[in-house]
Design a protein. Structure first.
Length: 256
């Protein structure tokens, strides 16, 4: 595995200061997953600069120590919501994040959006929730054979409607009320930016994985890191999942 000393050129400051062996292994794993790579310097949001360690060949290199610290704070926040039986909504619609977002949500019973953010999902929640209930009813009727009473042509139309609604609402079936927190992977994306704006309007706190082209001030719990590479997204989300799983074990086994 590439050592931390090998990723900088002679005469440049080291990307990572001296650390103990345990932390070194964690940071090496983070580097292997590409967490430190941001976009070009020209894309940097000025408010993200505190999270940048160095610029190399025009590419921003993110401070991984701060990534770890922010990830720990974000995980602790989500833990408190889980303990309080809060509803969490995960948003990750880009191809690099879709499966990871779904897997995290399935593991912990979170709601999720990994296809397309529907405008008004939060700010017009009453209307959206009615559509979700209608979608669930159509699915249930289909599974029970209750649609067989319709003509073949009518069933084709209904089935197309169900497939269209699947892309819109799959993952939101159990979102029976407004979420208590959100996890957004790359809030700079068009649909994700809309989701973040709606969360702000509805006073819903958000955790977000964001790169140097994002504004961390818009998020209560920013996690600075490469938000466009699948390996980086998976490392952050999987590490968060491990921390949340540890918390569930502590709750089940308080004496251990």
């Amino acid at each position: 595995m590439q050592d931390t000393q090998e990723i900088h050129k002679e005469g440049e400051p080291e990307i990572l200061p001296p650390i103990d062996e345990k932390d070194l292994k964690i940071l090496q794993d983070m580097m292997k997953a590409g967490l430190m790579y941001g976009h070009r310097k020209s894309k940097t949001d000025p408010r993200f600069k505190p999270y940048i360690y160095i610029t190399r060949n025009g590419i921003e290199i993110i401070d991984l120590h701060q990534t770890l610290e922010c990830l720990e704070k974000a995980a602790e926040f989500i833990k408190t919501k889980i303990e309080g039986k809060g509803l969490i909504l995960v948003v990750g619609t880009q191809p690099a994040a879709q499966e990871t977002a779904r897997a995290l949500a399935k593991k912990f019973g979170f709601a999720y959006v990994n296809e397309r953010w529907i405008g008004g999902s939060l700010t017009n929640f009453k209307v959206i929730s009615k559509r979700i209930e209608y979608f669930k009813k159509l699915q249930s009727d289909s599974e029970k054979g209750l649609l067989d009473k319709y003509t073949k042509k009518e069933r084709v139309v209904i089935n197309r409607k169900i497939e269209r609604m699947k892309r819109m609402f799959t993952g939101l079936e159990d979102l029976t009320r407004m979420p208590d927190a959100m996890i957004i992977i790359d809030p700079s994306l068009k649909g994700h930016a809309t989701a973040l704006r709606e969360a702000k309007i509805m006073n819903i706190p958000a955790v977000a994985i964001l790169d140097n082209d994002g504004n961390p001030d818009l998020v209560q719990y920013p996690i600075p890191g490469n938000d466009h590479a699948k390996s980086s997204i998976e490392w952050i989300i999987n590490t968060m999942a491990e921390k949340l799983s540890e918390e569930r074990l502590e709750i089940k086994n308080p004496s251990e």
